[in-house]
Design a protein around this ligand. Sequence first.
Ligand code: ZN
Ligand code: FE
Length: 238
Amino acid sequence: MLQVYPVLCRAGYMDNYAYIIMDEDSRTTAVIDPSEAAPVIAKCAELNLKPQFILNTHHHFDHVDGNLELKEKYGAQIVCNTADIHRIKDADTGIAPGEIFDLGNSAAEIIDVSAHTQGHILYYFKKDKILFTGDTLFNLCIGGIFEGTPEQMFTALSKIKALPDDVLFYPGHEYTMGGAMFAFQYNHGNDDIKNYLAKARTRLTEGLPVAPVTLGEEKRCNPYLEAASLADFQRLAG
Ligand code: ZN
Ligand code: FE
């Protein structure tokens, strides 16, 4: 079983999430996308965990800036897409899309979703039905297309849509309310979106991340996942 502990980083201005993840059988621990080190170190101390790995979804500063400090503190290895190893400073190990990353007895499939950046990857813990989506999929919205094309983003989202509805996803930022109004209009205020937003508001009011949401709910409420064709997608993203 994989345990997931979200850590809000750059709170109030970028609202990144780093995730401390731990394989319960072996207590092998990793940190996904440490935007900054201090809040991750504080949470690790509270949980009494010592990460052996740092996993990056892509090279942007707000996902890797905590890498080095955590590497030095814990002796953790920095793992990223082989294709990004030249531009993620101090990276130790490359992993290629299609390969499996083993965290103790938990295993993540590496899925290429080049679009937000070239070489952006997802970590999909298939057995645990847990997906880390970085800056590709957020709650009710998606990441910007900085190094790719709308075609590539549509392809990337199609790969996510092909995953089972009961998979829980964990995004790289808390951007739910940013996408909420557009998603509400797009869905004509139907019950699915109303329920989604009611739950999101409760979570945020309690100081909790909106994540995780199931991919099934997201497919029903996120306009960018609802787009059935590239043409539909381009009308939204254009
Ligand atoms: Zn990014
Ligand atoms: Fe980001």
